[in-house]
Ligand binder design. Structure first.
Ligand SMILES: *Cc1c(COP(=O)(O)O)cnc(C)c1O
Length: 395
C-alpha cells in the first residue's frame, strides 16, 4: 500500500497553540498558574447560558474546575456527592471504563439500564424502574456527542431527589434544545484527552452550579488543601495552609492550559468540520446493506460528532466487526472500537454478577459497532479513500 496510515483520530494543533506552549515553557511557570486561570475564565464564558443569540456573561453560580483528566473529574464529583457503601448510581453499559470505575472507586454500586439502539444513549424510559431506596445519582453519557434526552431525565431525578452527573467526555460543543451541555443542569464532566473534540494533552474539567461540591472537588484535586498553590506564593499571601482531607493530585498544569486556550477558540471550527465529515458518511453510506447508520433523535440538538459509529450488518458484509477492522488496518486505515459493553468485562461480571443477556441492546451494539476515521484535519480525499477501501473490502 502506497497510502500512508490514516488514523481514526488525530488532534489538530495550531501554530498559535504551539507558540503558547513554548511561551509557557519559557515563562518559568509550568504548574497551575496564570494560564490555568485564563483557560478557566474562557471555559466559563464558553459554558455561560446563551441568551437571545448572544453569549451571556458567565453565570455567577457556575463553577468550572480544570483537572488532569475527566476520570479525575468523575471520581471527585462522585466523592464530593458523598456516596456511601451500598449507594447506587444508574448509568449506561455502553461507555468507557472510567464511567463505571469511578462509581466503584467512590464506594458505590453501578446499576445499569439498557441503551436505545438508534442513538446509543441510555434509554431514559428505563431509569425509573431501576431506582431503589439506595439510588443517589443518575450518570448519563452523551454518547459520541449526541445529547441524552435530559428533560425527562432531570424530571425523574428531581422527583426522586437524585443528583445528576453528566459524563460529557464526548460532548464539549453539544447542544440540547438550544442549550449547550455544561450551561445548565447539575454537574458535567468534560475530557480533553487527545482523541476528544479538543485537547490539552491529557485533561478535563468539571462544571457545576453547586458551590459546596466545587469547593470539595478543589480540595480533592490538590492534596486536600483549600487554596491553589500559586496564590500561596503570590504577593502578600501566606505560605501556610490547612489540609482538611487526604486529597489527590490532579490539578491541571499551565502547559496543558496553554494548549487548551487555543483549542477552545478553535473548537467551533473543529465541530463544524466533524459534522461535515459525519454527514458525508451518512449520505455516502445510506444505501449500503453492510451498515446500520447512527440515528438522531427528534428533539432539537447539536451533535458534536466526537465519533462516527455505524453498526456492521454481518450477513450482508460477509464478515464481523473484528474482521472488518483488520481488513481496514491491512489497507492502512485505522478504526476504533467504542465500546465493549462494560458489564461483560471480567471485573464487572465478578464484582456485580453481570452476565451475558442482561442488556441485550448494548450487547448487540457492542458486537457490531466500529468508529470510522473522523477528525478535523481529515480531507475529503482521506474520506473518499475510506469509502473506496470499504467498498473494495465488501465487494
Ligand atoms: C474519554 C472518556 C472518559 C475519560 O476521559 P479522560 O480525560 O481520558 O480521563 C470518561 N468517559 C468517557 C465516556 C470517555 O470517552
Amino acid at each position: 500500500m502506497s497510502d500512508e496510515f490514516l488514523p481514526f483520530s488525530r488532534p489538530s494543533i495550531s501554530q498559535e497553540a504551539i507558540d503558547e506552549v513554548v511561551a509557557c515553557l519559557k515563562s518559568g511557570w509550568l504548574a497551575t498558574g496564570p494560564r490555568v486561570t485564563q483557560f478557566t475564565d474562557a471555559l466559563k464564558t464558553y459554558f455561560a447560558p446563551k441568551g437571545d443569540g448572544l453569549e451571556a456573561p458567565p453565570a455567577k453560580d457556575m463553577r468550572v474546575l480544570p483537572l488532569m483528566s475527566a476520570t479525575a473529574g468523575l471520581h471527585f464529583a462522585l466523592l464530593a456527592m458523598g456516596l456511601e457503601p451500598g449507594d447506587e448510581v444508574i448509568t449506561t453499559p455502553l461507555t468507557f471504563a472510567a464511567t463505571l470505575n469511578c462509581i466503584v472507586l467512590a464506594g458505590a454500586k453501578p446499576v445499569l439500564v439498557d441503551i436505545e439502539p438508534g442513538t446509543l444513549n441510555m434509554d431514559v424510559s428505563l431509569i425509573e424502574a431501576a431506582i431503589t431506596p439506595h439510588t443517589r445519582a443518575i450518570l448519563p453519557v452523551h454518547f459520541a456527542g449526541l445529547p441524552v434526552d435530559l428533560d425527562p431525565l432531570y424530571e425523574i431525578a428531581n422527583r426522586h431527589g437524585l443528583r445528576v452527573l453528566e459524563d460529557a467526555a464526548h460532548a464539549i460543543g453539544t447542544e440540547y434544545k438550544g442549550k449547550r451541555i455544561g450551561s445548565f443542569g447539575d454537574t458535567q464532566v468534560f475530557s480533553f484527552h487527545p482523541n476528544k473534540n479538543m485537547t490539552t494533552g491529557e485533561g478535563g474539567c468539571v462544571v457545576t452550579r453547586d458551590a459546596a461540591l466545587a469547593e470539595q472537588i478543589e480540595r480533592l484535586r490538590f492534596h486536600g488543601i483549600d487554596r491553589q498553590a500559586w496564590n500561596r506564593y503570590g504577593k502578600g499571601g501566606s505560605q501556610d495552609y490547612d489540609i482538611v482531607l487526604p486529597g489527590f493530585k490532579s490539578n491541571m498544569t499551565d502547559i496543558q492550559a496553554a494548549l487548551g486556550i487555543h483549542q477552545l477558540r478553535e473548537l467551533d471550527g473543529f465541530i463544524a468540520r466533524r459534522s461535515e465529515l459525519a454527514n458525508r458518511y451518512q449520505e455516502a453510506l445510506s444505501d449500503w446493506r453492510e451498515w446500520t447508520l447512527p440515528k438522531t433523535p427528534l428533539y432539537p440538538h447539536l451533535h458534536a460528532w466526537h465519533l462516527y459509529t455505524p453498526l456492521i450488518n454481518e450477513e450482508a458484509a460477509g464478515m464481523n466487526r473484528d474482521e472488518f477492522m483488520l481488513a481496514m488496518k491491512e489497507n492502512n486505515i485505522g478504526t476504533g472500537f467504542h465500546y465493549r459493553a462494560i458489564h461483560l468485562h471480567p471485573y464487572y461480571r465478578q464484582a456485580f454478577g453481570f452476565n451475558l443477556g442482561d442488556f441485550p441492546k448494548a450487547e448487540d451494539v457492542s458486537e457490531r459497532i466500529v468508529s470510522l476515521p473522523l477528525f478535523p484535519d481529515m480531507t475529503d480525499a482521506d474520506h473518499d479513500r475510506v469509502l473506496d477501501v470499504m467498498y473494495s473490502i465488501f465487494n
